[in-house]
Ligand binder design. Sequence first.
Ligand SMILES: Cc1ncc(C[n+]2csc(CCOP(=O)(O)OP(=O)(O)O)c2C)c(N)n1
Length: 321
Amino acid sequence: MALSLTKEKLVEMYRKMLEIRFFEEKVFELYAQNLVPGTIHLYAGEEAVAVGVCSNLRKDDYITSTHRGHGHCIAKGAELKRVMAEILGKKTGYCKGKGGSMHIADFSIGMLGATAVVGGGIPIAVGAGLSIKLRDTDQVVACFFGEGASNQGTFHESINMAALWKLPVIFVCENNLYAMGTRQSRAMAIENVADRAIAYGIPGEVVDGNDVLAVYEVAWKAVERARKGEGPTLIECKTYRHKGHSRIDPAKYRPKEEVEEWLAKDPIKRFKERLLQTNALVEAEIQQIEKEVSAEIEEAVKFAMESPYPTPEEALEDVYA
Ligand SMILES: Cc1ncc(C[n+]2csc(CCOP(=O)(O)OP(=O)(O)O)c2C)c(N)n1
């Protein structure tokens, strides 16, 4: 990694990755206890992507998310307790408990929203990019989506327009190899989604999505380019989700050896080893961060569990028509 990061920044990145992992483990536990209405799509295993990208962003930069969005929210600075409350359908959640896991948004931190429609966030990011250009600010938008979404028409139309108008959008493909149970090789004839960038005349980069510093560096370049008004970049992060697609999907379609191989490349384990090897942090500091993050998650769960559900009378409030 050519960029040198301060200890403070490294700690912040490690903490965020742990927050996402511990948060998702807790959501899985609560789901198993039937406390989560609707479904869930967990981000565990992909933490290096959201954190590597969002660590380059300012509070006034934007992101758009997907159905697998808890990690994006947390990486962009959302409050854990309000994310948890939303997932549990409580009134204190980001959407007053009426949106749930797949519809979390917080405009105050530039989180423009998760969406259950695969590929639906991509044109929204381009719209935000156009708004930045028209307002003539130096904000940027990071747009997260899966490799499955990159086969949607929205992906192609959006990138074409963003490239043509040099909009400040960083397109971040989280390639976790499967769209539900469909392996990438069954749905597209190319290996790298980033190769599609050439069709639109923008840079396309493939990066190890389980290496947070590698993602950080590639995203840094793309953010710089976007802030300077030079236009979008397509980044493809090769990663893997630890759990099934959603709910309790046992993911039987994935070979055991493949799962083991990716678990060995766990992004948090790798970052921790690197921090220790380079003496950026010592074991006691790591343990302290882990303890603090565990306590934060417990606090978020307590807040969410103790919060009330919205009343039936509130169902039609905040509805736009
Ligand atoms: C337009 C649309 N088509 C299909 C679905 C059903 N669906 C939900 S998630 C998903 C797979 C998405 O795969 P990918 O974009 O690779 O993201 P990942 O789940 O791997 O993070 C599908 C097909 C949907 N929600 N929206």
